[in-house]
Design a protein around this ligand. Structure first.
Ligand SMILES: Nc1ncnc2c1ncn2[C@@H]1O[C@H](COP(=O)(O)OP(=O)(O)OP(=O)(O)O)[C@@H](O)[C@H]1O
Length: 470
């Protein structure tokens, strides 16, 4: 996209970011929105090109935070544009020092953005047609531990908007999605935009531990509570006090633990193992799972009362194969970051991007991340390409075998390939049944749910999960 104007907007205001994204993408231009100047500097230092940098002057931020000298070293003052509140003037002297000529007063309108997009600047157009430049706007957000959240597809942009609206509200959120889609990343974002972010974000994998161990992990124990408990130890609930606790893979929690958790969620207090006096905590509990909770409730594997405690709101993260436009962007971003530890970034070949776009990614972003890391370590793009192609081939063989009953193909399948194929067949069957029931009921979802003998909520979840539409 040769004439695309790339705008890097520094704004913590979700409405400003939305407006920039929607106004620019409809003109074929690209916008990236980051919350702080520091994020912008990191992006620019990693080689992201910006023709304009729009700084939303938030009253909450000091001039030192807003006008970081490192930013001025990376962009010229005529590329900078300030967006300010009417009565706010605290930015004026810094703007004068920086020689910033363009200052707009809020509210930001489409008209502003379109004007910006029409301006012809002396800066040369981006030369390389990298995947990120070709793919239109995206949103990138830094998280702890060199992790990041990237959204480019309409469904993920909407998810990001939902997260920003939900994050500051102290209510339980249930995060649903296949394994590796980024449920923990979403939980980290929910924590980041809450005042609790000054305190800890902790994560407990409820499937990884047997009931007794999970209980001591969550609630802690007193000395002598069991053999080997020499000293008392606080649990994750205590450690996350005033912060956020993610209960990952909640769907795998045993019935005994579900009962105990329900109790804690009801009154916010619990006893350490072997303890007598109750401890009261103030923790925001988030839960995540990749299982279908409605089925788990129907099959009595999950308590309905606990489910309703946990899912005041539900966020559903779609699998990577349903937002393929993000594949090259995430690959590029992981590749850029590869420099810090694994090996220098590579110039990834078009063949690799094409092969990645064709592959189904059953392990979602985790599998993609592992693939990029493996490629950075081995530094052999040809073998990385061959690896992806063979996985894609195995997948299509599996599908063919499942349709034709080709026993020969099935014999050559390894165990993980077989699992993928089974889940693919299950998916396809489910999609076909959903489509049939929905078109038979003329997209009356209540009637379709009745005909399918599943709950209305479960049907809504499945429609979203498979991206079905009338
Ligand atoms: N939107 C995203 N942008 C960038 N990286 C992502 C995104 N979503 C996930 N990832 C990366 O993908 C990997 C898996 O993410 P995460 O652990 O959050 O998935 P999950 O859904 O919680 O997995 P599981 O169900 O196995 O617990 C991580 O390395 C994470 O950094």
């Amino acid at each position: 996209m040769k004439d695309a104007v790339q705008i890097l907007a520094i704004s913590d205001d979700i409405n400003v970011c939305n407006l920039i994204h929607t106004s620019l993408s409809s003109h074929g231009h690209q916008a990236i929105c980051v919350p702080t100047s520091l994020d912008a500097i990191q992006m620019l230092s990693r080689g992201v090109r910006a023709e304009f940098v729009l700084i939303d002057v938030a009253k909450s931020q000091s001039n030192e935070q807003l006008f970081d000298p490192a930013l001025l070293q990376m962009v010229r003052s005529e590329q900078l544009c300030l967006l300010t509140e009417k009565e706010d003037t605290h930015w004026q002297s810094s703007a004068a020092n920086w020689n910033i000529q363009t200052v707009w007063t809020k509210p930001l309108t489409r008209h502003h953005i379109e004007r910006l997009a029409r301006w012809q600047h002396a800066a040369p157009s981006p030369s390389a047609n990298t995947p990120s430049e070709a793919a239109g706007g995206y949103h990138l957000e830094e998280l702890d531990d060199n992790r990041f959240f990237l959204a480019a597809s309409p469904v993920m942009m909407q998810l990001y908007r939902d997260i920003r609206v939900l994050a500051p509200v102290d209510i339980p959120v249930l995060i649903l999605g296949e394994s590796g889609v980024g449920k923990e990343i979403v939980a980290m974002l929910l924590h980041k935009y809450h005042t609790r972010s000054e305190n800890r974000f902790l994560n407990v994998n409820c499937a990884a531990l047997p009931t007794e161990l999970l209980e001591s992990e969550l609630f802690g124990y007193e000395a002598g509570a069991f053999t080997g408990a020499m000293k008392s130890k606080p649990g994750k609930f205590e450690l996350a006090n005033k912060g956020t606790l993610l209960l990952d893979e909640i769907g795998e929690m045993s019935p005994q633990m579900q009962a105990k958790l329900l109790h804690v969620l009801q009154d916010g207090s619990f006893c350490r193992l072997g303890g007598r006096s109750p401890t009261k905590v103030d923790v925001r509990v988030l839960a995540a799972t990749n299982i279908d909770m409605q089925t788990a409730i129907t099959e009595k594997r999950f308590r309905e009362d606990l489910y309703y405690r946990l899912n005041t709101l539900t966020l559903i993260i779609p699998p990577l194969r349903e937002r393929r436009e993000e594949i090259p962007l995430v690959m590029e971003e992981l590749n850029r970051r590869g420099g810090s530890g694994i090996g220098e970034p590579l110039v990834l070949s078009d063949r690799i991007f094409d092969a990645a776009l064709e592959y189904h990614w059953p392990g979602n972003l985790r599998e993609l991340r592992n693939f990029v890391i493996r490629t950075l370590i081995l530094r052999d793009q040809e073998s990385a390409y061959a690896y992806l192609r063979s996985k894609t081939q195995t997948q299509s063989n599996m599908s063919a075998a499942s349709v034709t009953g080709d026993a020969g193909n099935r014999k050559t399948a390894n165990l993980s390939g077989m699992k993928d194929a089974i889940s693919e067949i299950k998916n396809q069957t489910e999609i076909r049944m959903l489509r049939d029931a929905l078109s038979a009921s003329n997209w009356n979802r209540r009637r379709a749910a009745m005909n399918l003998n599943i709950s209305y909520r479960s049907l809504l979840y499945k429609i979203q999960q498979h991206g079905l539409s009338a």
